[in-house]
Design a protein around this ligand. Structure first.
Ligand SMILES: NC(=O)c1ccc[n+]([C@@H]2O[C@H](COP(=O)([O-])OP(=O)(O)OC[C@H]3O[C@@H](n4cnc5c(N)ncnc54)[C@H](O)[C@@H]3O)[C@@H](O)[C@H]2O)c1
Length: 259
């Protein structure tokens, strides 16, 4: 739309978006970007204090949710049904990070991480896809990681969960295409991002693993760089991009810069 010679089009104008784990980090950055581009954004987070203050700061609303619990996804769907605006964009972003190799990882640790990082994305798709299809289609963006595409022994469970997210993304995309329901589903694969997740894990890693991880620090990108790519995938600019694995890693998955 051109108004007085100025190009006015916002990229996600009037779309309704849910961003999980939007209280801080990349989730906050994408939520902020979506609001700036005209979307109505609902941030969810397990951390109510962070979620509320971020929502207030950026002009979004907050819904408390533990993404690993089906009951919380069903409650979110009820909330969306009450709003009665369908759902256009789902950003499955919330996750946790653990450092353990194949021998030091425990079954309990593996299962906890799978629940938060992989089952959550299944629950998001499973609970909200029909609503997105019914409102004419939309875009699901799943936050995966470069670790889904490489061997990463110091993050064994995390990498496996992110690989599950990649696989679920492909199955969802093909399902949607075959159903002709207008929903797209893509995964994003960043390498290191400059967020609290990285800073916090550095403090609890074993010395050797920490040393290896610290070599990646000079190559971290800012959350906004990832948010820009998420915005593209969320918007109709990427209308023919479906099932893709988009690396935001400055070559890290084809040649780790710290080796
Ligand atoms: N930081 C990196 O280097 C990096 C690299 C690749 C991919 N990623 C992915 O990007 C996404 C965002 O990472 P980040 O660095 O911003 O992390 P972060 O830890 O800074 O933020 C994660 C947010 O998710 C929330 N969260 C955690 N568990 C939750 C749960 N069970 N239910 C709801 N919310 C929950 C946290 O409270 C927090 O607000 C994650 O999927 C992460 O795996 C991060």
């Amino acid at each position: 739309m051109v108004d007085g010679g100025v190009y006015m089009s916002l990229r996600v104008q009037n779309k309704l978006a849910v961003v999980t784990g939007g209280g801080r980090g990349v989730g906050r950055a994408i939520a902020e970007r979506l609001v700036a581009e005209g979307a109505k954004v609902i941030i969810t987070d397990i951390n109510a204090a962070a979620g509320k203050s971020t929502a207030t700061a950026i002009g979004a609303t907050f819904f408390r949710q533990d993404v690993s619990l089906q009951a919380d996804w069903l409650a979110l769907r009820q909330h969306l049904e009450k709003l009665d605006q369908g759902l256009d964009i789902l950003i499955n972003n919330a996750a946790i990070l653990r450092s353990a190799d194949p021998l030091t990882e425990t079954l309990a640790g593996w299962q906890a991480l799978m629940r938060v990082n992989a089952e959550s994305v299944f629950l998001g798709v499973n609970t909200l896809l029909a609503m997105m299809a019914a409102s004419g289609g939309g875009s699901i963006v799943n936050m995966s990681s470069s670790s889904a595409l490489m061997g990463m022994p110091q993050f064994t469970a995390y990498a496996a969960a992110k690989a599950a997210v990649r696989s679920l993304t492909m199955s969802t995309a093909v399902y949607c295409k075959q159903a002709g329901n207008g929903v797209r589903c893509n995964s994003v694969h960043p390498d290191g991002i400059n967020t609290d997740m990285v800073r916090e894990i550095a403090g609890v890693m074993q010395p050797l693993a920490r040393e290896a991880a610290m070599r990646s620090v000079p190559f971290l990108c800012e959350p906004q760089a990832v948010a820009n790519v998420l915005l593209f995938l969320a918007s109709d600019d990427s209308l023919h991009v479906n099932g893709a694995a988009i690396c935001v890693d400055n070559t890290a998955t084809i040649h780790p810069p710290y080796i």
